[in-house]
Design a protein around this ligand. Structure first.
Ligand code: SF4
Length: 378
């Protein structure tokens, strides 16, 4: 599909009940087509509209600076500006903040803001629920409810960023929230294009990471469209174990996945991150570490070990710190770069694999009214 065809077919999916286009699901070229091609504006006006949306967070055409009234009225007839409605904000004692958003159709998704020294990373969602059904993940329990629109994806960094104190900025975006981003590339590509655009959210491509369970055919499509970092959720060192915990891998074998990683076009100095969730007694032995080393031996790789975050909905155990350290030591002493991800936000269920049940948990724990009050929502 050509770029233009992709944009046009996506636009068919982005109209409201009045037939107006969701302008924030369009990239810069799409906004130019709308403003110049459909509304008779100029190239300069198109750029001002685009910047007003993404750099000033304008929520109404009526207040767009330096845009003629007649053009604003034509835009109002043909397009609308969608925003996420904040539903709940939970703050962890370790500084992690979870944002629960209400979408236009009442569905809810989550983003997690994680401060870490100089870094301020926002983990964003790409789907409501997820079709991949990884056995260890609470989001997988929901199944796929629907794909998110590009505007719903890119509004997460925009709207969280606008809540930060003066002088503070999100430094990194990771697509590791709810959903499998490569299963929704039609929306993820325009959303990340806006994140990267220096006339919009202006993030460096080095600061954006897209994570996948290994949708092999989509990896090349992502690489062709965007120069972002890739993270692969591996979690097992044998085909049988991987299939048992990540059903989607029955379609795309470990060998296929590693071949796709070998041919993934990486800029010099870049490596693919392999995420490895460690389950106590399941995949945490030194034999596993050795197999992992062999699997990745000819791939520019770094490994991120994620000790499993226990929760009442699963019987999976977290390995001991000593086991995790020994695993890391085996990889590092054999030349493979490896870090251990510090668990963050467990008290607000914001850690890996815990997204998707914020509202239910908040009600159960009596947090909801207090959280909404703190967030200024009631
Ligand atoms: S781990 Fe990621 S891909 Fe797997 S079910 Fe959860 S959200 Fe989906």
């Amino acid at each position: 599909m050509t770029e233009r065809a992709r944009r046009m077919s996506a636009r068919e999916l982005m109209r409201d009940e009045r037939g107006r286009v969701d302008i924030k699901s369009l990239d810069r070229d799409g906004v130019r087509e709308l403003v110049v091609g459909e509304c008779g504006g100029t190239e300069g006006q198109a750029l001002r509209v685009y910047k007003a949306l993404w750099q000033h967070g304008v929520t109404s055409f009526a207040v767009m600076p330096d845009v003629a009234r007649s053009l604003r009225e034509r835009l109002e007839e043909r397009a609308y500006i969608p925003m996420l409605e904040p539903d709940l904000i939970l703050r962890s004692k370790d500084g992690t903040t979870k944002f629960l958003w209400r979408l236009e159709d009442g569905q809810r998704v989550e983003s997690v803001l994680i401060p870490d020294g100089e870094r301020l990373t926002l983990c964003i969602s790409s789907q409501v629920g997820c079709a991949m059904a990884c056995t260890f993940c609470l989001t997988g329990d929901l199944g796929l409810i629907r794909h998110m629109k590009a505007s719903e994806i890119a509004n997460q960094p925009l709207q969280v960023g606008r809540q930060l104190p003066e002088g503070t900025r999100i430094t990194n975006i990771v697509m590791m929230g709810m959903g499998e981003p490569l299963h929704n590339l039609r929306a993820v590509i325009p959303a990340l294009t806006v994140c990267l655009d220096d006339h919009a959210l202006n993030f460096s491509h080095r600061k954006i990471t897209v994570s996948t369970v290994g949708l092999v055919p989509k990896m090349a499509e992502l690489a062709a469209a965007l120069p972002v970092n890739l993270a692969v959720s591996l979690n097992a060192t044998t085909e049988a174990h991987r299939r048992s915990i990540m059903p989607i891998t029955r379609k795309h074998s470990l060998d296929e996945l590693l071949d796709a990683c070998r041919s993934f076009p990486l800029p010099s100095g870049k490596r693919i991150t392999f995420e490895y969730v460690m389950f106590g007694g399941e995949n945490d032995t030194l034999d596993d570490a050795e197999r992992l080393l062999q699997l990745l031996r000819d791939i520019p790789a770094k490994v991120n070990l994620i000790p499993y975050n226990e929760n009442p909905d699963r019987e999976i155990r977290r390995p001991s710190d000593a086991t995790v350290k020994a695993f890391q030591h085996h990889l590092v002493s054999n030349g493979l770069s490896c870090s251990i991800r510090t668990t963050r936000g467990t008290d607000i269920s914001a850690a890996c694999g815990q997204l998707g049940k914020a509202r239910q948990q908040a009600v159960e724990r009596g947090w909801l009214e207090e959280a909404r009050r703190v967030a200024g929502l009631v």
